[in-house]
Design a protein around this ligand. Structure first.
Ligand code: NAG
Ligand code: NAG
Ligand code: NAG
Ligand code: NAG
Length: 270
């Protein structure tokens, strides 16, 4: 069985954006016939995954049958109501005809909104690492002290990537001061598909973060298995943001090669 679902990428060039909410949708180019059993299975799945909000505490639910599989996952900092709304919006988007920006009769599709991920496929969705890009965006604005900013931002993302990989929710958010002449507070968030193994989650997040240019004041990389985002404004429920770190556990460039300390160790990596 193929491990990766191949998607036709036609909707999302590199987007340069500001504070807007960004939605990404990817539809497979292979289609199911109208009136087929798969069509009813898909309708059933979309109803099933939106009928009730996903289960707490991780706001994740999945569905699978002989014809279709899918899952719905909300950001752990979203309220149940916001989560339910997000999934409803995603589900109707996926079901829309292609002319309306939907996926029409695609055999598999995924929608990423700020607060939720919704995905279905005519194959079993694998729990293994899939780093295909779903969406990518960077801020138009450059950081005022690029050298300091990019170092701190990369350190922050490395540090919270570890936290997320180790957490049952596969999610972490944090903040750091940029340093430099014009101090800016950087906010970062990283999030994996809930069924990813710790190591795969960590790997996915580091690799996604590695695609961010930390010279601008914001950026996002959304991949099939994980997503990363940083900004200079809060975009995560503040109670989920770890207080600013002064001694990051990881140097982003060196992770994996260095003698990495355990998260409880409190030591800086060399
Ligand atoms: C979704 O489908 C599962 C498996 O068939 C079923 O147990 C569950 O009750 C359904 N949930 C809803 C809300 O339809
Ligand atoms: C998923 O895997 C199970 C067990 O191998 C299989 O019975 C089922 O048909 C598969 N579902 C899909 C949608 O491929
Ligand atoms: C900012 O970067 C410069 C050059 O890399 C460095 O000398 C300075 O200590 C940094 N400032 C802070 C506050 O980190
Ligand atoms: C990692 O560093 C610790 C403390 O410096 C040391 O005790 C340990 O042997 C090192 N492990 C490896 C694999 O180098």
């Amino acid at each position: 069985m193929p491990l990766l679902v191949l998607f036709l990428v036609f909707l999302f060039p590199v987007i340069v954006s500001s504070q807007d909410e960004l939605n990404f949708i990817v539809c497979s180019s292979d289609l199911y016939p109208s009136g087929s059993p798969f069509e009813s299975a898909l309708r059933f799945l979309l109803n099933n995954l939106t009928a009730l909000p996903p289960k707490s505490p991780f706001l994740y639910s999945s569905f699978s049958s002989s014809l279709i599989s899918g899952f719905a996952q909300c950001r752990p900092d979203s309220s149940i109501a916001a989560c339910a709304n997000c999934l409803l919006a995603s589900s109707s988007k996926l079901a829309n005809v292609a002319a309306d920006g939907g996926c029409g009769r695609s055999n598999s599709a995924v929608a990423y909104q700020d607060l939720c991920i919704f995905r279905y496929s005519n194959e079993n969705i694998s729990a293994s690492l899939d780093e295909s890009i779903v969406g990518y965006a960077i801020s138009v604005q450059k950081a005022s002290s690029p050298a300091n900013f990019s170092r701190r931002a990369a350190e922050l993302m490395g540090s919270i990537s570890w936290d997320a990989a180790m957490s049952p929710a596969r999610f972490a958010a944090g903040a750091a001061e940029s340093g430099g002449v014009q101090e800016q507070r950087i906010y970062g968030m990283v999030w994996c598909k809930l069924d990813l193994m710790t190591y795969d989650c960590f790997r996915c997040l580091l690799s996604a973060a590695g695609k961010l240019p930390f010279t601008t004041v914001g950026g996002r990389v959304y991949e099939m298995s994980c997503l990363v985002r940083f900004e200079v404004y809060t975009f995560v429920d503040p109670s989920f943001i770890k207080s600013p770190t002064t001694s990051p556990k990881f140097l982003a460039a060196g992770v994996g090669k260095e003698n990495v300390t355990t998260p409880e160790g409190g030591e800086s990596a060399p």
